[in-house]
Design a protein around this ligand. Structure first.
Ligand SMILES: NC(=O)c1ccc[n+]([C@@H]2O[C@H](COP(=O)([O-])OP(=O)(O)OC[C@H]3O[C@@H](n4cnc5c(N)ncnc54)[C@H](O)[C@@H]3O)[C@@H](O)[C@H]2O)c1
Length: 340
């Protein structure tokens, strides 16, 4: 049985979730972890009995490492992914793929020149049982014609959240605010479930963290889909608590609501639960529990030589939606999606 050696780059909040997921795989083996912070890398290195490197270059030189998990601040994602691919490693990148469309483009060019290499992006919420069931129902036309979608993210991020990790809250290192960091999962689900978007009108603002961050903490948008479906979206880090994300899909034959790990079907004033997310919750409750499934899928696609669904092309759509919202805010006009 083929076993793929892996390295986790970045041992902050999310790195340990990847380390545990790899350790749980029958066809994965954690070979190394990397972090410039000694205490962080040594803690994980001891826990998983693997090498603990100070620099990324040490991983690139280790032939045992076949897959690199990029769990670093946003500004390092694309540069690290490109270096990894050029060194002959497959890369699994935490969201967001990159900070903007220019970076997405650079990744696409490198992958065109190295078509044998896998590059995947983490959008673990697509792997939730509830999301999978909703997607299947839409594809089987069980809701009739889809008229509208709604995505609402009302979360709380404190001053200390931004002050403790100095890359957050800045254009050059985070690439944006609530849109690119917290709400990107919801943006991705809105396009994955709702289909191709033609135009976007959106606004951004900073409502409670003006003295702390450069980027937006609040945004709203309307998505005009190609098939006449309309999507509405609101996201903020300015609430006082982390409420469950809510996504609604409204069809002529009923409505689906994804909320609190449940999928609820409503029609004619009656509602019932159709599906519930399973799995052990690791990390923060609002991260969901599907990292393990998504990471396993990535390894299985490589081993079985199958295309990986959340490719650079696919994950780049959410980046274009974000740029579309910024662009529409700047011009006051709708942004037309390019899907290049
Ligand atoms: N999918 C999810 O639900 C989810 C949840 C949380 C975070 N994330 C994403 O994971 C990534 C990391 O976020 P985080 O919250 O863990 O951040 P963090 O700041 O807690 O951790 C980042 C780590 O990267 C390390 N690092 C910095 N430069 C490095 C380098 N050159 N080489 C190796 N390591 C380096 C830092 O020292 C730090 O330990 C971000 O892209 C974030 O958006 C995703």
């Amino acid at each position: 049985m083929e076993t793929l050696g892996a390295a986790i780059i970045g041992c902050g909040a999310i790195g340990p979730i990847h380390a545990e997921a790899v350790a749980n795989l029958s066809q994965g083996k954690l070979v190394a972890v990397v972090d410039p912070k000694k205490e962080r890398r040594e803690r994980l290195g001891i826990q998983y009995d693997c090498k603990a490197y100070e620099t990324y270059e040490q991983v690139l030189q280790n032939p045992e490492v076949k897959i690199i998990h990029i769990c670093t601040p946003h500004y390092l994602h694309v540069p690290m992914a490109i270096k990894g691919i050029l060194a002959g490693k497959h890369v699994l990148i935490e969201k967001p793929l990159g900070m903007n469309l220019k970076e997405v483009d650079e990744m696409k060019k490198v992958l065109l020149a190295h078509p044998q290499m896998y590059a995947g992006v983490i959008f673990q919420n697509r792997y939730n049982e509830t999301s999978q069931k909703a997607k299947q129902m839409i594809e089987h036309h069980e809701l009739g014609e889809i008229l509208g979608l709604k995505g609402i993210v009302t979360w709380y991020r404190s001053e200390s959240y931004y002050r403790e990790s100095d890359w957050r809250g800045k254009w050059t290192t985070e690439g944006g605010g609530v849109l690119i960091n917290q709400a990107i999962h919801t943006l991705d689900l809105l396009q994955w479930l709702g289909g191709k978007i033609k135009q976007i009108k959106g606004r951004v603002d900073t409502r409670s963290l003006q003295d702390v961050i450069e980027v937006e903490d609040t945004s709203e948008a309307t998505f005009y889909y190609e098939n006449k479906t309309r999507g509405i979206f609101y996201a903020t880090n300015s609430y006082t608590d982390n409420s469950s994300v809510e996504i609604e899909i409204h069809g002529t034959q009923g409505k689906l609501t994804l909320r609190e790990g449940q999928l609820i079907f409503s029609r004619d004033g009656k509602s019932h639960i159709l599906e519930q997310d399973q799995g052990v919750k690791k990390g923060k409750p609002y991260w969901g529990s599907a990292h393990q499934k998504q990471i396993e899928d990535f390894y299985q696609c490589i081993i079985n030589n199958k295309p990986y669904p959340i490719s650079v092309q696919e994950a780049g759509i959410a980046i274009e939606m974000i740029q579309g919202i910024y662009e529409s805010h700047r011009t006051g006009k709708p942004y037309t999606m390019q899907y290049v």
